[in-house]
Write a protein that binds this ligand. Sequence first.
Ligand SMILES: NC(=O)C1=CN([C@@H]2O[C@H](COP(=O)(O)OP(=O)(O)OC[C@H]3O[C@@H](n4cnc5c(N)ncnc54)[C@H](O)[C@@H]3O)[C@@H](O)[C@H]2O)C=CC1
Ligand SMILES: O=C(O)[C@H]1O[C@H](OP(=O)(O)OP(=O)(O)OC[C@H]2O[C@@H](n3ccc(=O)[nH]c3=O)[C@H](O)[C@@H]2O)[C@H](O)[C@@H](O)[C@@H]1O
Length: 459
Amino acid sequence: MKITIIGTGYVGLVTGACLAEVGNDVFCLDVDQRKIDILNSGGIPIHEPGLSDIVARNIAAGRLKFSTDVAASVAHGEVQFIAVGTPPDEDGSADLQYVLAAARNIGRHMNGFRVIVDKSTVPVGTADKVRAAIAEELKKRDHNSGFAVVSNPEFLKEGAAVEDFMRPDRIVIGIDEHTPDGQRAHALMKKLYLPFNRNHERTFWMDVRSAEFTKYAANAMLATRISFMNELANLADKVGADIEAVRHGIGSDPRIGYNFLYAGCGYGGSCFPKDVQALERTAREYDQNLLVLQAVEAVNDRQKRILGAKIIERFGQDLSGRHFAIWGLAFKPNTDDMREAPSRVLIEQLVSRGATVAVYDPVAMEEARRVLTLDFESRPELLQRIRFVDTPVNALEAADALAIVTEWKTFRSPDFDRLKSMLRQPVVFDGRNLFEPEIMADAGFEYYGIGRSVKARQE
Ligand SMILES: NC(=O)C1=CN([C@@H]2O[C@H](COP(=O)(O)OP(=O)(O)OC[C@H]3O[C@@H](n4cnc5c(N)ncnc54)[C@H](O)[C@@H]3O)[C@@H](O)[C@H]2O)C=CC1
Ligand SMILES: O=C(O)[C@H]1O[C@H](OP(=O)(O)OP(=O)(O)OC[C@H]2O[C@@H](n3ccc(=O)[nH]c3=O)[C@H](O)[C@@H]2O)[C@H](O)[C@@H](O)[C@@H]1O
């Protein structure tokens, strides 16, 4: 099938590459010339395991193209995926300007039946706005090709995006099928996703609004689990319980399960923070307050400061003359994405109190340098206190303590003797509970996990 993907970011690029991989002829559009140039010269603008192989293979096979040519992109695909960003607006609602710009472009150029698929995460009711934007442009041109707007939210995780797309838990498709155009869209979407349903049927067909809502409900539920555990972890620290033991104890109940219950230094990324806010905002438009989600957000804001708070409690409010090593900058492992990363909050907490930091991440160094330069644009003297180093060991030199923010696999089994000898004091703040408190204590470390206070248990 001929497919167009509008927006060649994390979701658009993965969707385009994976749909090409199963034999479709895919045209990827982006307004960012730099991104398109990188892709056309054989590069990949993001770090995503497995993606560069798929992209290279499908470019070579002639099934995957990248361009900034809007008219050509609309002419290409009978199915047009909108996968542009939906960042938070000032009031927390999803900013739909990119989605609606994409829709208007389709209306301006289409010359035949088109299925427009909202892949971006968009609030309930957005498909109606997309439909209206396209209809308005068609009216201006006095043109009346048929079209249908479909919701097909994406559930992939960064760092595992290719695997998640190729082997999804579920495919959610919302179509209002009461029109012939809707029925035609159903047939096309069914054909498109056939290769992903071979092992067993994974598609859930529903109305458009329910599909739009499903995406927010999924992210809100996952964020809730994390904040719930983080809040309990902070209590566990006080009462001398071990949140990891508690996770095992409750996760064994199949109604609860083990996944997404890891306490840590807060969730980041481009999606949980903005999607929780956007759902709250939607509710307010309907005079409803989502009290649980308000708490989820507040707990997460506090949790992102938990490592800094523990460091301040240990070393005092004034950190001048102190130096800290930070391992992990990306918001999660296997990505270079720094959006809403907890590392940014910790770094700000430390350098604004006079400390210097040496920071290391296996893949996000370049992106971290870019993002932190922007974070400290108005306070360049604080940026001077950040040293970017090229190995985890180099970060440790003369540090008063090590703080771990991202659970990269390479951090899991360090040479503890070397670690101890390089740190000025053997103090470790583990924001992702990578290590066992008892083992760390036996090895002579002063160890602070999240919800795993050994000290409290020993007292
Ligand atoms: N990043 C993730 O893991 C996931 C993201 N989502 C959702 O997917 C959507 C996209 O997210 P990302 O891929 O992370 O965003 P992104 O920021 O990586 O990519 C968006 C791309 O759209 C391009 N763009 C903007 N306006 C355009 C236009 N009018 N025409 C063509 N291209 C245009 C931008 O230049 C950018 O390259 C968001 O709604 C997000 O919530 C959903 C599931 C997972
Ligand atoms: O809508 C989206 O963009 C995506 O958002 C998340 O994916 P992602 O943000 O890529 O990464 P996650 O693995 O969900 O991690 C998000 C954050 O939560 C944190 N986390 C995750 C799990 C956990 O148990 N504890 C915890 O603190 C991670 O460290 C990370 O900062 C969802 O998992 C995807 O299903 C969804 O498609």
